[in-house]
Ligand binder design. Structure first.
Ligand SMILES: [Fe+2]
Ligand SMILES: [Fe+2]
Length: 199
């Protein structure tokens, strides 16, 4: 894939992206979604480093699993975009790293926005446009982001466990993320457990 990096300095880029669900067409929506995922991956990696620095390996593990998952979404969106003749051009944005608690809260807000507002709108448009690969990619991301929100909410409520290392599984096909280590296959895409990433 021939991706070009464009660095854009925006002071508070993340909320601006997350708040918008401007539906144009599936090609444009996939490019926006691709960049939401690319930037989420970068942000979560930075949040993980911050959590480690604050002595919270449990939260760091969650952020690293989320980063891996967002990378799966980005790759899927890029492939779907290519089926429409588009090209996944990265627009890397500046983000803020706050305290781990603040990073968790902001992440939860964004994941809820993506799963509850942005992806449903994109999915609806993809169905209208009749692009099956886009529908599959967007469905996988929407379901995963809902799962991310649930995990973030759970971890936020259990600050007493932040110092305990957390093991998570991520489906390499759709990005589904879970702390249920007994899972046999992905509930969304049926990818076998043996091919999940363990982080
Ligand atoms: Fe997410
Ligand atoms: Fe999956």
């Amino acid at each position: 894939m021939n991706r070009k990096h464009i660095f854009i300095a925006l002071a508070i880029a993340l909320p601006a992206l997350a708040a918008a669900a401007d539906v144009v067409n599936t090609k444009q929506n996939l490019l926006v979604a691709f960049n939401q995922e690319v930037n989420a991956r970068l942000r979560y990696r930075a949040f993980a480093d911050k959590a480690d620095a604050e002595g919270f390996p449990g939260v760091a593990g969650l952020f690293r699993a989320l980063a891996f998952s967002e990378g799966v979404h980005a790759d899927n969106h890029a492939r779907a975009l290519e089926t429409l003749g588009g090209r996944a051009v990265e627009s890397v944005l500046v983000y803020r790293v706050e305290t781990t608690r603040a990073n968790l809260k902001e992440s939860l807000r964004v994941e809820r926005s993506e799963s509850g507002t942005i992806y449903p709108a994109y999915l609806k448009q993809a169905a209208v446009d009749g692009n099956a690969q886009a529908v599959k990619s967007l469905e996988g991301a929407m379901a995963s982001e809902g799962g991310h929100a649930r995990l973030l909410s759970k971890v936020l409520r259990r600050a007493g466990e932040w110092k305990t290392k957390l093991v998570l599984l991520v489906c390499k096909a759709c990005g589904y993320t879970t702390d249920d280590l007994s899972v046999k296959q992905c509930p969304y895409c049926a990818h076998p457990r043996a091919e999940f990433a363990e982080l």
